[in-house]
Write a protein that binds this ligand. Structure first.
Ligand code: CU
Length: 354
């Protein structure tokens, strides 16, 4: 890697020297004659056509990207607020796309139309009130609309309250893994602080043993969520800034050392249901094809893959940041209860380690 970078830097230095020599040469010939160096009508026409060629190139690139990379977008949102969020995003992109397509066409067309021609003098246009009014008022209305819509959506999504009896789950981030904690039968998380972490006794999250709410807390390495029930997440970080990112639920919240941040959502699609969606089936097939090729070549990371929701870290928090993840399973209420029943409580873990 270092060798590659050194070669890259040397190539760049060589290009810089070559360019500088060219500039020096050009500055020398200027004095001799300015006949051959000034663009004539033929040159300008040629450049005008090149403008059109470039326009076709960027449109072509856009179509190519849609065709080639369109399949990499996330599947349909698996949370209650996800649809509203996706809608806002879709409309913002549609507007940007239309404006960009039109303005690029106009920009390149006018560059051609008003190319340099002998004897042609540019028209000086001081101002036009009506034109300026139109190109000011349209963006004002569109942008104000998008911002207001965004603000309402944001307020709606970020309204974290304890109505509808939400499930309380703590997401604990540290370099480089996630731990989840459930409130247990009382659905209340016990107090915790990094200063109370006791690795020897497996008190990995620093729970306060004297807090009665802590004894029935359940600490796990795999997040199980019952479908249709609101979940209030409380995030903590042990060391540096992390970010809890659950892309399929359109959720992300920073985890900041020394404070508790919150996010709330209601999962609407179970893992099993998600695995049956055509776009997910296609993605799994595509990925496993690549993995089969890797396996045939004897390369690592080639085990067949099955779709699962994930919690990822979305802040570059160190060298293994890329692999900081936890599996999320959305299931029926019964399946969730059956699972949680078999998890050890904090009091049990402490008793076992005493
Ligand atoms: Cu991280």
């Amino acid at each position: 890697m270092t060798a590659l970078l050194t070669i890259f830097v040397l190539v760049l230095v060589a290009i810089a020297i070559w360019q500088m020599t060219k500039i020096f040469e050009l500055s020398q010939v200027k004095a001799k004659s300015d006949k051959g160096e000034v663009a004539n009508d033929e040159d300008n026409k040629y450049n005008g056509y090149l403008m059109f060629a470039f326009l076709i190139f960027i449109y072509g690139l856009t179509i190519f990207s849609f065709w080639k990379y369109g399949k990499f977008i996330l599947p349909e949102a698996a949370s209650e607020h996800g649809g509203t969020y996706d809608n806002l995003m879709l409309w913002s992109f549609v507007i940007i796309f239309i404006v960009q397509t039109l303005t690029q066409a106009l920009l390149h067309y006018f560059s051609y139309k008003y190319r340099g021609r002998k004897g042609q003098k540019a028209l000086f246009y001081a101002d036009n009130d009506r034109l300026e009014f139109i190109w000011t008022i349209i963006p004002v209305i569109v942008l104000a609309g998008l911002i207001l819509w965004g603000l309402f959506t944001w307020t709606d999504i970020m309204d974290i309250n304890d109505e509808d009896d939400p499930l309380i789950v703590e997401l604990y981030a540290q370099q480089y893994n996630w731990t989840a904690r459930y409130g247990g039968t009382d659905n209340v998380l016990g107090d915790a602080n990094v200063r109370m972490i006791d690795i020897n006794r497996a008190n990995v999250l620093g729970l306060d043993e004297s807090d009665p709410n802590a004894s029935d807390d359940i600490i796990v390495k795999e997040l199980h969520l019952p479908v249709g029930r609101k979940v209030n997440f409380k995030m903590r970080s042990q060391d540096v800034l992390h970010s809890a990112y659950m892309p399929h639920f359109r959720a992300q919240m920073n985890c900041v050392p020394g404070m508790i941040t919150e996010f709330s959502f209601t999962p609407t699609v179970t893992t099993a249901e998600m695995r049956m969606k055509p776009e997910v089936i296609e993605k799994v097939e595509r990925t496993n094809k690549v993995r089969a090729e890797r396996a045939a070549a004897g390369e690592p990371n080639s085990d067949p893959w099955e779709f699962d929701y994930v919690l990822l870290c979305n802040k570059i928090c160190g060298k293994s940041h890329y692999n900081m993840q936890m599996k999320i399973i959305v299931e029926s209420q019964e399946e969730y209860e059956a699972w949680i029943e078999y998890q050890q409580t904090f009091a049990h873990t402490m008793a076992a380690n005493n």
